[in-house]
Design a protein around this ligand. Structure first.
Ligand code: ME8
Length: 513
């Protein structure tokens, strides 16, 4: 069995989780579930990033110790995961002893290897981004971009990691491993960034300025720079279980360059550790074109959509709407379009018809198909094509297209029902009509079973509910579930299932953009 270790970014706990965080966790869960279905032994890690200036400042604002603040906010992030149906195997907090121990050990190793030195540093510092800035970061008019918040000039002694000496190695590595970063054009952006010379990385903050961090093992007057601490989570969580390296780090585009594409590979290389196999870089959810973010207050609360529409409706929308890697605008109107037309009126309709007609015309037990005329053959052929396309699409992270194809198959099944019109066949006692009626009932039930098997990693609860009302328990081998066959013959179906109820009238719904 192939192992597959996948991670998400670990979220800053300086505010509550928003839809952008929810998306990343759902996307990673969809990949993890898909890999499990394909037979891999998956390890899925997510967690929270609890150190640093922003957390210290947020705790001060609330007048509570930073650890208490982290405990409260981390609990909120953690609680969101089961609400989103995210089945992670581990959750790491950077304030945990298992993490701090590994960060200290790696820093000590680099120090002993002579990769870390102390020097005086004078420069412009962004508190919001927790990084020193360079002149090239300025706007053309000399001001600092909004992204950096307040920028102040400071002089202090600090520790530096010899990053620059690995620049040529990194360029060579990225040139040789074209598939390291998905989408590929992001890899080109990294190489573009590496055309300018790298500076060594300041990896310490004096304790008098920032207390809330992991002390440097070789000089406790300093704490570790937050990125050097945070990136190590991917390794510290599995350091004892031998699961390193990761197969895939899922991250947003804002944290690719430099942290994940430059610092992290170089840190690992300097430590003599294997590199992760790939980085999957997703885009941003925005509202009216502006990135969702906690600091601007411009965000959607994922829990509200889960409460109003159910977890699978939100998961379906997030994965159907966003082409992994690109940006998407979130609007309630677009959410409702997909909810109504794809989930309620297409999939929900197929479920209702199947249950209703099997109950009405076959006493609630799925009959065996008796004939295969052109209409059936066309649907079988479309299924074969859909299955053959969807698996490679999911392997290549094209989940939005995979869902589109799956829903096109559901649409075709509804069209098949219209053409066969079992409600007319049910009025006839002619043997040919009876055979066609049984065939149409068997065909719609089997098509529904197959479609929901393809939706399983995106909408796991919906798939489970539909299987239950079809009186069906899927086998352990998912690819086997995708063969058109007779698995449902004789199954006792339930009379009805309300899956995607009509949303409340707009005036009763929470205010949304
Ligand atoms: O960057 N749309 O934490 P974070 C999509 N602690 N994704 C979004 C988003 C949006 N509007 N806003 C944020 C950090 N994200 C660090 C990571 S990893 C070792 C340390 C994504 O809470 C963002 O791109 O600011 C990132 O991948 C994740 O949420 C956490 O962001």
């Amino acid at each position: 069995m192939k192992s597959f270790y996948i991670t998400t970014a670990i979220d800053y706990v300086n505010g509550s989780p928003h839809l952008g965080h929810a998306y990343e966790k759902v996307l990673t869960d969809v990949i993890a579930r898909f890999r499990r279905q394909m037979g891999d032994r998956v390890h899925f890690l997510t967690g929270v990033d609890e150190h640093g200036q922003k957390v210290q400042a947020s705790a001060r604002e609330r007048g509570i110790p930073p650890q208490q603040f982290c405990d409260e906010v981390s609990a909120e992030f953690r609680a969101l995961l089961p609400r989103l149906n995210v089945a992670n195997d581990d959750f790491i907090r950077t304030t945990e002893a298992r993490h701090k121990r590994v960060v200290a050990a790696l820093l000590q190793q680099l120090f002993d290897q002579g990769e870390i030195y102390q020097a005086e540093y004078r420069g412009f510092y962004s508190t919001r981004q927790e990084q020193f800035l360079q002149d090239k970061d300025r706007n053309p008019d000399g001001s600092w971009p909004e992204l950096f918040g307040e920028v102040t000039e400071i002089t202090e002694k600090n520790y530096f990691f010899k990053l620059a000496q690995y620049q040529a190695w990194l360029v060579e590595f990225l040139t040789k491993h074209e598939d390291f970063i998905f989408p590929r054009y992001r890899q080109k952006q990294v190489l573009e960034f590496l055309k300018d010379p790298l500076n060594d990385l300041c990896i310490s903050r004096p304790r008098e300025r920032l207390e809330w961090g992991i002390p440097l093992p070789f000089d406790p007057a300093y704490v570790t720079y937050v990125w050097f601490d945070a990136l190590v989570n991917y390794y510290s969580a599995v350091a004892d279980s031998g699961q390193w390296p990761a197969d895939c780090h899922v991250i947003g585009k804002d944290i690719l360059v430099p942290p994940h594409a430059v610092y992290w590979p170089i840190m690992l290389h300097a430590l003599g550790l294997p590199l992760p196999k790939s980085l999957l870089v997703h885009g941003w959810w925005s509202i009216n074109g502006v990135k969702m973010s906690k600091s601007t207050g411009n965000f959607i609360e994922p829990g509200e959509y889960v409460a109003e529409f159910g977890v699978d409706a939100l998961r379906y929308f997030l994965i159907r709407e966003m082409n992994v890697g690109q940006d998407s605008d979130f609007t309630r109107a677009q959410f409702l379009v997909r909810y109504n037309s794809e989930l309620a009126n297409n999939l929900g309709n197929l479920v209702n018809r199947t249950l209703n007609m099997t109950t009405r015309f076959a006493g609630g037990a799925v009959p065996a198909a008796e004939v295969a005329e052109d209409l059936e053959k066309e649907l079988h052929a479309l299924w074969d094509k859909t299955r053959a396309e969807v698996i490679p699409l999911c392997e290549g992270f094209q989940f939005h297209t995979a869902l589109e194809r799956t829903m096109a198959f559901v649409t075709a099944t509804n069209a098949y029902i219209e053409k066969r019109a079992p409600w007319k066949l049910g009025k006839s006692a002619a043997p040919a009509d009876v055979a066609l009626l049984r065939t149409s009932l068997a065909t719609m039930a089997e098509a529904l079973r197959l479609a929901v098997a393809l939706l399983q990693h995106v909408t796991p609860s919906t798939t489970a509910k539909i299987n239950a009302v079809l009186g069906y328990t899927p086998g352990a081998n998912w690819p086997d579930e995708l063969a058109w066959g007779t698995k449902l013959t004789g199954a006792k179906v339930a009379a009805a299932l309300v899956l995607f109820p009509r949303p409340a009238p707009a005036d009763k719904a929470p205010a949304k953009p």
